[in-house]
Design a protein around this ligand. Structure first.
Ligand SMILES: N[C@@H](CCC(=O)N[C@@H](CS)C(=O)NCC(=O)O)C(=O)O
Length: 209
C-alpha cells in the first residue's frame, strides 16, 4: 500500500497511527502541501479534492478521507480494533472523531487559511476561536466515558484524532493546559509505538520547527 501524506497534516497523521496500530505495512509518499503538490494533475487523478491523505491499495484502487480509510483498515485488519465493541461506546468514539474531523480540522486547513488571508481575516483570532471551541467541546464530550483513553481503557479512533489535533493547537499557540483530560490521554498515547512512529516530526518530509 502507498500512503500519500504530508508530515504535519492531521488527517494524514491519523491514518499513519491506524496503519501502525494495526501493523499494516505501507510506503510513505510525501505530498508537499505548502508547495501545492496536491494540485498537480497526477495527484488530482488520485484525489480530486486535492487533499491528503490518499491510500492506494496494492491493486491500484484508492481511498481518501481519513476516517473512511481507518474504517477500511478496521474491516480488513480487525485486530487490534480501534472501535469499542459496545454499540453505544462505538458510536461515542465515532462522535468524538467526527467532532475533530468535521468540527475542527476544516477550520485550520491549509486552503482555508489561504482564503482567510486573501480576505484579510485575522487568522490567529480565527484559529483560537475555532480550535478553542472544538477542544472545549471534545474535553466536555469525553468526560462521561473516558478511562485511560478518550473512550474507556482501550485506544480508539477518537484518540487517533486527538493526538494530531493537540499538536496543531500548540502550533497555533493555544494554551492547552485548559484541557487536562485531553492532555492526560495524549500522554498515555505518547507511550505507544504506533503513536510514536506516526509523529509528524519523525516523517521523512518533516521540516524541523
Ligand atoms: N476530512 C478529510 C480532510 C482532508 C484534509 O483537509 N487534508 C488537508 C491536510 S490535513 C489537506 O490536504 N489540505 C490541502 C489544502 O488545503 O490545500 C480527511 O479526514 O481526510
Amino acid at each position: 500500500m502507498k500512503l500519500y501524506a504530508f508530515w504535519r497534516s492531521t488527517a494524514s497523521w491519523r491514518v499513519r497511527i491506524a496503519l501502525n496500530y494495526k501493523n499494516v505495512a505501507y510506503e510513505y509518499v510525501p505530498v508537499h502541501l505548502v508547495k501545492g503538490e496536491q494540485k498537480a494533475d497526477d495527484y488530482l487523478a488520485l484525489n480530486p479534492m486535492a487533499q491528503v491523505p490518499t491510500l492506494v491499495l496494492d491493486d491500484g484502487r484508492q481511498l481518501s478521507q481519513s476516517l473512511a480509510i481507518i474504517a477500511y483498515l478496521e474491516d480488513t485488519a480487525p485486530l487490534p480494533s480501534l472501535y469499542p465493541r459496545d454499540p453505544y461506546l462505538r458510536a461515542r468514539a465515532r462522535q468524538l472523531s467526527e467532532l475533530v474531523n468535521a468540527g475542527i480540522q476544516p477550520m485550520q486547513n491549509t486552503d482555508t487559511m489561504r482564503q482567510l488571508k486573501a480576505h484579510g481575516v485575522d487568522e490567529k483570532a480565527w484559529l483560537h476561536y475555532f480550535l478553542g471551541r472544538g477542544l472545549d467541546g471534545l474535553e466536555a464530550s469525553a468526560q462521561p466515558h473516558a478511562g485511560k483513553f478518550l473512550v474507556g481503557d482501550e485506544v480508539s479512533v477518537a484518540d487517533v484524532c486527538l493526538v494530531p489535533q493537540l499538536y496543531h493547537a500548540r502550533r497555533f499557540d493555544l494554551d492547552v493546559a485548559r484541557w487536562p483530560l485531553l492532555l492526560r490521554v495524549e500522554e498515555a498515547c505518547a507511550k505507544l509505538p504506533a503513536f510514536i512512529h506516526a509523529h509528524a516530526e519523525r516523517q521523512p518530509d518533516a521540516v524541523p520547527q
